[in-house]
Write a protein that binds this ligand. Structure first.
Ligand code: GCO
Ligand code: MG
Length: 402
């Protein structure tokens, strides 16, 4: 069996997605997500100019060998562009293997460990009252876990909160928008937000919060400590982790659980965080961390230290990645939670898929492969549109982490 054809499909049904499609000489098709928000075309070029020529004629069943060939064989290892490109090919190969076996990918990984994946939804409010209302709405919709983000009084715009009520989409068309940031305002208002949410809805729903890399380690320690009375499921991305040691300081100050990893792309980015038990959840997901083949390695390593998965699942992860994440989550023994930020109806139409939300969980049927498709005719109607994530600046104009 051979890889006969391999191509990328770029589409923008409201936001940009890059998809890899591999076709075998027997006509079996596999799909992989290759979307890297704001840097989409670099991955497309890496794939088309450098990887595809090496893959034609290879046996698509040799997933491990192809992974090692693309990783070890590149000399230049790691990095978000490389690892997203490898991930897309890996996903497509697992999809093909599942279709060849007539089994869902979770069966190939080892079978079902659970009936569905507990998800967390996004409750966003321009102010605290709107955030509380959004939490209540999620509870009515059956969510067992809810991420809460609110506008910060004094800041014109805050990440995680849309311009209009309810809706939030991180990337914007055109050049990168600039947003203000002020840590002291944020630290003053965030414990108050969670006090109000707990007062309104009690302690049953799990509550999560994303600090989006804005804090220094000691500021993160303080936030974690001040949020302890509200019993959070996690604080995410409390501080950047280029320096993994930073988390030692946070750990010394708080028992609020910590999650990190949506921007990681390799096991080496989280090796010390996991083995020193400096975090509780690892968020690196299939599309940005080398595919199922590599994320499985991260998850198994994490299991030794009681660190659980909490995969990234924002709208920039296409339904192809979400289908892979659902298969993975059905199997992985140390599953923690899955982020769910529902795609637009148009995106769902471009990528028909089997997984679905049901009463707080993502579930899927017993379908071969990943259980996701692409409507290429519809995708072709929505060509790429330049879009970027915002950047953040402090009051004096200096750049900060977005
Ligand atoms: C999250 C994320 C996103 C990211 C986005 C970047 O936890 O959902 O932080 O909103 O900002 O996915 O591409
Ligand atoms: Mg995040």
């Amino acid at each position: 069996m051979k890889i006969e054809r391999i191509q990328t499909i770029v589409t923008c049904p409201g936001r940009n997605f890059v998809t890899v499609k591999i076709t075998t000489d027997e006509g079996v098709v596999g799909l992989g997500d290759a979307t890297l928000n704001g840097r989409e075309l670099s991955v497309k070029s890496y794939l088309e100019d450098h990887l595809f020529p090496c893959l034609i004629g290879r046996d698509p069943r040799n997933i491990e060998d192809i992974w090692q060939y693309l990783y070890r064989g590149a000399y230049w290892r790691r990095g978000p562009v490389t690892m997203t490109a490898i991930a897309a090919i890996d996903m497509a190969l697992w999809d093909i293997k599942g279709k060849l076996a007539g089994m869902p990918v979770y069966q190939l990984l080892g079978g079902k460990s659970r009936n569905g994946l507990m998800v967390y939804g996004h409750a966003n409010g321009r102010d605290h009252a709107e955030a509380v209302e959004a939490v209540q709405k999620h509870i009515e919709e059956g969510y067992k876990a809810i991420r809460v983000q609110s506008g910060v009084p004094g800041l014109a715009k805050t990440y995680g909160v849309g311009k209009t009520k309810g809706h939030y989409e991180p990337a914007e068309k055109g050049l990168p928008p600039e947003e203000p940031w002020d840590t002291s305002l944020y630290l003053r208002h965030t414990p108050e937000l969670f006090r109000k949410v707990r007062e309104a809805v009690g302690f049953e729903p799990h509550l999560l919060h994303d600090a989006h890399h804005r804090l220094t380690p000691i500021e993160a320690g303080r936030l974690g400590k001040e949020l302890e009375p509200y019993s959070l499921f996690w604080i995410e991305d409390a501080t950047p982790a280029e320096n993994q040691e930073a988390f030692r300081l946070i750990r010394q100050h708080t028992t609020t659980p910590l999650a990190i990893g949506e921007v990681f792309n390799s096991i080496w980015d989280c090796k010390d965080l996991i083995s020193e038990q400096l975090v509780d959840y690892i968020r690196s997901t299939i599309v940005h961390a080398g595919g199922i083949t590599h994320v499985r390695r991260i998850a198994d390593f994490a299991a030794m230290y009681q660190v659980r998965t909490g995969f990234h699942g924002a709208t920039d992860l296409s339904p192809v990645c979400m289908a892979a994440a659902v298969n993975f989550g059905m199997w992985v023994p140390n599953f923690g939670i899955q982020e769910l930020m529902p795609h637009s109806p148009l995106t769902d139409e471009v990528f028909p898929h089997n997984y679905r939300y049901e009463d707080g969980y993502l579930v899927m049927d017993d379908v071969p492969g990943l259980g996701v498709d692409i409507n290429e005719e519809l995708a072709a109607k929505y060509p790429y549109e330049r879009a970027y994530l915002p950047v953040a600046r402090l009051a004096d104009g200096a750049m900060w982490n977005w």
